[in-house]
Design a protein around this ligand. Structure first.
Ligand code: SF4
Length: 113
């Protein structure tokens, strides 16, 4: 399957999953397209649609936490930002994703303590 076809397949697969989590694809269509393409390429190379914005380690269990959509593993953090780390998904009521700020995980958890 071509990267383009897989990208569209991932879009189709992800939509109902994130919908149940209260998220949708970002309205920034070019960003969504770019991120999905990165994921399709990572999947072709590594076997899973890993997050294009988070570093993988040698720990397979940890890496599974950044297979897209990784929202369930990072729920508190992403819900606070109203977006996932990459910004591919945003809360359903978000209309302007540029207004959302990315909060580094260490800062988020320190402030949440
Ligand atoms: S941060 Fe977003 S794009 Fe990256 S894997 Fe998680 S849900 Fe997917």
């Amino acid at each position: 399957m071509s990267v383009q076809a897989r990208k569209e397949a991932l879009r189709y697969l992800f939509e109902p999953i994130v919908d149940k989590l209260g998220y949708k694809f970002t309205p920034a269509a070019e960003d969504a397209d770019f991120l999905l393409e990165q994921e399709a390429e990572l999947e072709a190379r590594l076997g899973a649609p890993y997050c294009p914005c988070q570093a993988r380690t040698k720990d397979r269990a940890e890496n599974m936490k950044i297979v897209c959509p990784c929202i369930p593993f990072h729920r508190r953090h992403y819900d606070a930002m109203r977006r996932c780390w990459c910004g591919l998904f945003v809360h359903k009521d978000v209309t302007d994703p540029d207004k959302l700020r990315q909060i580094p995980p260490d800062r988020f958890f320190k402030e949440a303590e």
